[in-house]
Ligand binder design. Sequence first.
Ligand SMILES: Nc1nc2c(c(=O)[nH]1)N[C@H]1C(S)=C(S)[C@@H](COP(=O)(O)O)O[C@H]1N2
Ligand SMILES: [Mo]
Length: 430
Amino acid sequence: MKNNDSLSNEKKLDRRDFFRKTAALSATALAGTSIFAADDDAIMKMPEWATKWGDPVTTNMYGVPSAYEHNVTRRGTELLSSGNFRASIAVTPIHESKGIITPNGLFFSRSHGGTAHIDPEEYRLMIHGLVEKPIVLTLAELKRYPSVTRIHFIECPANGGQEWRATQFNSVQFAKGFMASAEWTGVYIKTILEDLGIKPDAQWMLAEGGDSSKMGRTVPMDKVLDDAMIVWGQNGEALRPEQGYPVRLLLPGWEGNLCVKWLRRLEFGAEPWYCKEETSKYTALKPSGKAIQHFYANEVNSTVTSPSPEIPWTDLKDGAVIEIEGLAWSGMGTITGVDFSLDGGNTYVQAELKGLVLPKSWTRWSYMHTYKKGEKLYLTSRASDDAGYIQPTIDQETAVMGVESVYHRNAVETWEVTENGEVNHVQIRS
Ligand SMILES: Nc1nc2c(c(=O)[nH]1)N[C@H]1C(S)=C(S)[C@@H](COP(=O)(O)O)O[C@H]1N2
Ligand SMILES: [Mo]
């Protein structure tokens, strides 16, 4: 094997020349990064890892991320776990996410009774009530139905809900990470109902979890017959235990809490069993004290993910061309556009939507910015969807909703970029 020492001085100079030329050519594109690569020991030296055998690829038969990525994890907080450590919550590092898929190990997780570990051999799903052919299915039988694969986010309706009055978290992970996105594989419930036969007076579906919380939620029939799914696949593998292994309910775009995990039972009925309890829990209050009608879909929303308090611009050089990135999503449809502002929402330009733009799915957006050292900015994004909605300002939203709700806050978010390039979560009030 050759190493640096075997290169003649002449060759080394050639190489430096080559790097200098390449650097000069791409100086504009690379502005702000080190352009004199040849003077950089890290590229000119033979690193330790290139001089000896690596680990056999059979070392981790189930792979794990690079040890250098150890900081990219979900994070929990006592503040958000209702007093019992098992009733826990782990938020997704959305500032580290690439594209529109969350790796399974980073998927947002919220469980009222802890993670249940269900033996797939013992697993059964009961479907009964107002159906012609009530049935109890094993996992293998369930998987015999024709399957579909869809990309959707799951968002807790409390995402951002700690921040009606003021910001609470100087962090995009905690402020906006009560959600994650995956490619789900499962079966449409309408497909199963074609087989079992639904009785005409069925208006609601009760979904019950098999974990200790026995979480029960009722779903109106319209949604069931539209795109409600029972899923067992998450990003190309079985659901993770935290996501409800082996089977969960997925209601694309609707409140995450309705997506019952460790699904045990679906009962069809004429009455919305749990509606009372659910309504008192999840209805938004107006300032007058009157509740506004219960609603299920997560409204159009967006956030800047980079920069963010976790990814500041403190090391950015003057004149650097930097990509500002974020996510937009709507539980009511497809993202049609993202407006982006450098001045906290006084003036907006259009951001670019990147990659796949799918209904009820995360949509990645981006804006290229030339950084001026010392500039002070207020970065705000505002998304629209094809259902005709656009994100409100925090003032507009609190004017309608008051500040007592914990749920469905979708007002625009703002990151302040200070003169040193630090990034803070702020709210712009008029
Ligand atoms: N059986 C059961 N299903 C459940 C829960 C639960 O505690 N038990 N938590 C709900 C809540 S509040 C949310 S926001 C979503 C979160 O799904 P995730 O943990 O896969 O992100 O699951 C919902 N489904
Ligand atoms: Mo939730």
